[in-house]
Write a protein of this length. Structure first.
Length: 63
């Protein structure tokens, strides 16, 4: 299991609201340490796509 220094807020609510499709395409514009992106990516198939961006390059290195 992946450990995060920051606990993602409303993770369950966000992933439920997104109704993630395994073949879908998603964009995380505030990736941070990647907590939400990790959960979205975990639910994607090899056909799915996840783009992650953040203004802080240091946290992207963690994600």
């Amino acid at each position: 299991m992946t450990e995060f220094a920051h606990t993602p807020v409303l993770l369950g609510e966000v992933t439920t609201y997104l109704q993630i499709r395994p073949h879908g395409t998603y964009l995380d514009c505030t990736t941070g340490e990647g907590g939400h992106a990790y959960e979205v990516g975990r639910q994607l198939s090899s056909e799915g796509t996840l783009f992650m961006i953040d203004v802080d390059a240091a946290v992207l290195a963690i994600a």
